[in-house]
Design a protein around this ligand. Structure first.
Ligand code: B12
Length: 339
């Protein structure tokens, strides 16, 4: 959608100027910094809109709008200007985009404005895995930074017949989603969220050390977050789970530059590449990475599986990205990749 990309700065200027003209109180209250923040926000809206249009899935944008409204409400920021900015964007794009794209954009923006004004639904978590009953307790301990008690709880889970993948998917994943929701609602700080992540990384390493590893199955899997994606914890779980089940694994972690990823795949020649996408604005990077892998490596390209929060919210997304498949979590991924 290069049309929308090329209109981005002009559309942003139109929306911000109109909002500030209509509501003089905004300038008085927030000054030049407020204006700059508003411009950045409209830029994010356009990134998400572009991702939704490219994928033909308007829900990606409507979910983003509902999420953002929740974030703002949690911080006592009124959402009226958000809905108004969507309407202004629709007006602008209606004038400037070719008819089919303008109609699609306007429909998505109208749904988003309605979602913002109404009660937003938390569809981001539509694919929440079944949670063990101890998951809430684990989240509380991780948020409190009580790594010894968190470790004790995890040891009990492991000794009661659950393995590393159960621990990851059914205990930690729901707890970390809950941590995200608490941040979204402004009930915890970013510092607390970082603490919970750090405790969890520690707990996972210790559980990995206790796992029983299957014999090598002769297959190689490479794990990477697409360029721009900092959410590496879920991918780490996935990589560990594959290794425990006999795969030779290379884990590249967060934010892997696309060109370097292609080069690494070409050098290491995995059978499977697992690419993680957490936010809608990372969709373009994922599509580019997959296109470059196929374009540059042709028959040498591995099977490409995608996953992460965004693909769970839009379960047909993998097709539009040019991937070979999608899986919802670390257990599902291993099942699908089984030789
Ligand atoms: C911890 C965290 C962070 C940490 C990540 C640290 C790390 N090392 O991973 C940091 C601080 C970096 C971070 C940053 C941001 N975050 Co954050 N973060 C989270 C949080 C709380 C937990 C993530 C997590 O570990 N989940 C648990 C794991 C196990 O689940 P998972 O990632 O879904 O992975 C599982 C499956 O999806 C699947 N899977 C994952 N990858 C793959 C790949 C393949 C191939 C397959 C098959 C499967 C698969 O398997 C995994 C295991 O089962 C989430 C909440 C949430 N709902 O996830 C928010 C969340 C994702 N973040 C959010 C936001 C907004 C941000 C920021 C924009 C905040 C900011 N203003 O800076 C930045 C963006 C950074 C970036 N560019 O990517 C929002 C996104 C909202 C939205 N609209 O989509 C969330 C949902 C919080 C919220 N509720 O508002 N974040």
């Amino acid at each position: 959608m290069s049309d929308l990309a090329s209109l981005s700065s002009a559309a942003t200027a139109y929306v911000v100027d109109t909002l500030y003209l209509r509501h003089p109180g905004l300038a008085a209250r927030f000054g030049e910094r407020g204006r700059a923040a508003c411009r950045a926000d409209i830029g994010h809206h356009l990134d998400h809109l572009r991702a939704a249009l490219e994928c033909g899935d308007g829900r990606l944008f409507v979910d983003y709008a509902a999420w953002l409204a929740d974030v703002l409400r949690g911080r006592d920021v009124p959402v009226d200007h958000l809905a108004e900015s969507f309407t202004l964007l629709a007006d602008y794009l209606n004038r400037e985009l070719p008819a089919p794209s303008a109609t699609a954009a306007a429909a998505i923006l109208a749904d988003a404005a309605a979602a913002v004004i109404g009660q937003p639904a938390a569809t981001l978590f539509g694919r929440l895995p079944v949670a063990l009953s101890e998951s809430d307790d684990y989240g509380r301990l991780a948020l409190a930074g009580d790594h010894l008690a968190a470790q004790g709880l995890v040891d009990r889970i492991l000794h009661s017949g659950h393995d590393y993948s159960d621990l990851g998917v059914h205990l930690i994943q729901p707890a970390m989603y809950q941590v995200g929701q608490l941040w979204q609602q402004n009930r915890i700080t970013v510092a607390q969220e970082h603490l919970a992540t750090a405790v969890t990384q520690n707990v996972l390493v210790r559980a990995y050390m206790q796992a029983e590893f299957a014999a090598n199955n002769g297959r190689k899997a490479l794990f990477a977050c697409v360029e721009g994606n900092q959410h590496s914890l879920g991918l780490r779980m996935l990589a560990d789970n594959f290794e425990i089940h006999g795969w030779e694994v290379a884990y590249l972690g967060a934010d892997v530059p696309t060109a370097d990823l292609v080069r690494h795949v070409d050098d290491w020649r995995p059978d499977l590449l697992a690419l993680s996408i957490s936010l809608p604005r990372q969709i373009t990077a994922a599509r580019t990475a997959i296109a470059n892998l196929r374009g540059e490596l042709a028959g040498r390209a591995p099977v490409i599986l995608v996953g992460g929060l965004t693909t769970n919210a839009s379960t047909q997304l993998w097709r539009g990205l040019g991937a070979d498949g999608w899986a919802a979590d670390a257990i599902d991924a291993l099942r699908q990749a089984a030789p």
